[in-house]
Design a protein around this ligand. Structure first.
Ligand SMILES: Cc1cc2nc3c(=O)[nH]c(=O)nc-3n(C[C@H](O)[C@H](O)[C@H](O)COP(=O)(O)OP(=O)(O)OC[C@H]3O[C@@H](n4cnc5c(N)ncnc54)[C@H](O)[C@@H]3O)c2cc1C
Length: 380
């Protein structure tokens, strides 16, 4: 569909991302996914394209501006690379950047932001704990003030980029129960009392790394408290908005691949004496997939417009995320049906997307939590 919000800059950015994905990622995506890893240089290459720079001042190597449309375009193009693990591995490092920019001290920003924004170093956001990820207000890791330090005890799980990560933004309890007792801390790899272990094999996101973090009387300088003590919950919630927009954009990127691959296959493959595309049932599947792609694209545009207007459209972002994850589920399933047995074979592009569907409906806030939050935001 023609995008009414396109500008010369956005088109140029999208085309640059598209060329990069086509030339530098697509040919190697399956190989890297199977290997469970991708070269670190990818971070630096997308860093040079500006991927990490939205909302970050130029002083720290950022773009000096934010644009929700460009953020979304980056996710849509990136997700067409054929291995969402690459997208997750890289994007997982970007979800802590907003907090570093907004709440980091000058010292932290000087030291860390430039390295992370350029892609030379990795930074992860560590909120989820073994006792649960949905109920952030109930997180259990503690940080107790002791002289010039906070002493951290507890653990985190599912943290993207943890194994290769250099820096971490960690949520911990500094006060009483609930949302009013949570703070954010900056933590460096190698800090005594802080260890990381790699997680087991996963359903998807093969070439991204996820890890468990353990804090055993880990001392963090008090100056590494990010923002105001006990006010971390709101910062975590606000930070989710860009992450959720990014996940919806990734869903759309994968949906586009499902549609394009299905059309191409349905033109070539013949059954009962004619191409699949001439069978009415298949034509209807293509029509439905195409309508879903258009709907999610329009929804993303609407949310991006609101965000660029300076609004914080939490309900719309939540509704967008679960609508997009459901639409991806639909498109991946229908693409699989159109391709038949061929797509059941490991490494087939549709098979690779099919295994990435579930994480979009769980990560960054599950479908259930998105619905719950949307309804609460609607005042119900
Ligand atoms: C591959 C991967 C990468 C991740 N990367 C990160 C990361 O980088 N940083 C990070 O902090 N976290 C990360 N996560 C964690 C992710 O955000 C959580 O998995 C997610 O928030 C859900 O938490 P949970 O898995 O603990 O499920 P739980 O919170 O235990 O919930 C289990 C199920 O119950 C449902 N549920 C929970 N409460 C309710 C309710 N009130 N009503 C109805 N249903 C409910 C949930 O929707 C879910 O389906 C990652 C997860 C995965 C799988």
């Amino acid at each position: 569909m023609k995008n009414p919000f396109d500008t010369e800059e956005r088109i140029a950015f999208r085309e640059t991302m598209r060329r990069y994905v086509e030339k530098e990622l697509k040919p190697y995506a399956n190989e890297w996914d199977e290997a469970g890893d991708f070269p670190w240089r990818i971070h630096e290459e997308v860093g040079a394209l500006g991927f990490f720079g939205f909302g970050v001042s130029e002083k720290y190597g950022g773009l000096g501006f934010d644009d929700a449309f460009m953020r979304a375009q980056a996710g849509i193009e990136f997700a067409q690379c054929g291995a969402n693990g690459i997208v997750a591995g890289v994007s997982g490092r970007s979800i802590s950047i907003g907090i570093l920019q907004k709440l980091g001290s000058e010292e932290i920003k000087d030291k860390v932001l430039t390295e992370v924004v350029s892609g030379r170093k990795g930074s992860s956001l560590a909120i989820t704990e073994p006792s649960g990820g949905s109920d952030v207000a109930n997180l259990k890791t503690t940080a107790v003030r002791d002289g010039d330090d906070y002493v951290l005890n507890g653990s985190k799980t599912f943290i993207t980029g943890a194994v290769k990560g250099d820096y971490f933004v960690v949520g911990a309890r500094t006060g009483g129960p609930g949302i009013g007792g949570i703070s954010l801390f900056f933590l460096e790899k190698g800090t005594p009392g802080f260890t990381v272990t790699a997680m087991e094999k996963k359903m998807g996101w093969w070439c991204s790394d996820q890890g468990n973090l353990y804090f055993d009387n880990c001392r963090i300088p008090a100056k590494h408290l990010m923002g105001v003590e006990n006010k971390g919950f709101l910062a975590i919630m606000n930070n989710f908005n860009n992450e959720r927009l990014g996940l919806a954009a990734q869903a759309l990127g994968m949906m586009k691949v499902c549609l394009d691959e299905s059309v191409a296959y349905a033109k070539e493959r013949e059954t009962f004496g004619k191409p699949l595309l001439q069978h009415q049932v298949i034509r209807h599947k293509i029509a439905d997939m195409s309508a879903q792609v258009d709907s999610i694209e329009a929804y993303i545009n609407q949310v991006c417009w609101l965000m660029n207007e300076g609004e914080t459209p939490v309900a719309e972002i939540c509704k967008l995320k679960f609508t997009a994850s459901k639409a991806l589920e639909y498109c991946a399933s229908e693409a699989m049906q159109i391709w038949g047995g061929a797509a059941y074979m490991r490494g087939n592009l549709i098979e690779r997307i099919y295994r990435e569907v579930k994480i979009v409906s769980i990560g960054g806030g599950s479908e259930e939590i998105m619905r719950d939050l949307a309804v609460r935001q609607m005042g119900l």
